[in-house]
Write a protein that binds this ligand. Structure first.
Ligand SMILES: [Zn+2]
Length: 111
C-alpha cells in the first residue's frame, strides 16, 4: 500500500553554466512524499507523524538559497538530497520523493 503527502517550499537557486537558469531566481517547489509498506493497525504510517518529519526536514530548504545546501541544485539533485535526509528519519520504509519545479516539471527519486 502507498500513502503520500504534499508540501510546498519557496526557494531560490541558480544552475552555474546553464544558459537560462544560471542567474539567481526562485521557484515554488511542490514536494510529494510517498511511503510504501504494509498496513499495520490500519495504517502504513501515521499522516501526522509523516507530515511532522517532512516539515522539519524541509525547514532548511524553505525561503533559502538552495546552492548553499546542494552543489548543483537541479530538480533531480534536490530530490536525491531530500530522499537522503528522509531516509535518515524513516529507515525501513520504501520512499519516493517527487519534486515539482513550478508547474509542469518534476523529478522523482525512489529508494
Ligand atoms: Zn530554476
Amino acid at each position: 500500500m502507498k500513502v503520500g503527502i504534499v508540501e510546498h517550499i519557496d526557494s531560490m537557486h541558480r544552475l552555474p553554466g546553464h544558459p537560462k537558469c544560471g542567474v539567481p531566481h526562485g521557484h515554488t517547489y511542490r514536494i510529494e512524499i510517498t511511503v510504501e509498506g504494509p498496513v499495520v493497525g490500519g495504517m502504513v504510517i501515521d499522516f501526522d507523524a509523516l507530515k511532522a518529519q517532512v516539515r522539519e526536514l524541509l525547514k532548511p530548504f524553505d525561503h533559502a538559497d538552495l546552492n548553499r545546501l546542494i552543489d548543483y541544485p537541479s530538480c533531480e539533485n534536490i530530490s536525491v538530497e531530500i530522499l537522503r535526509r528522509l531516509r535518515e528519519r524513516l529507515a525501513g520504509d520504501r520512499l519516493t520523493v517527487r519534486v515539482w519545479e513550478g508547474e509542469g516539471k518534476w523529478a522523482e527519486m525512489e529508494g
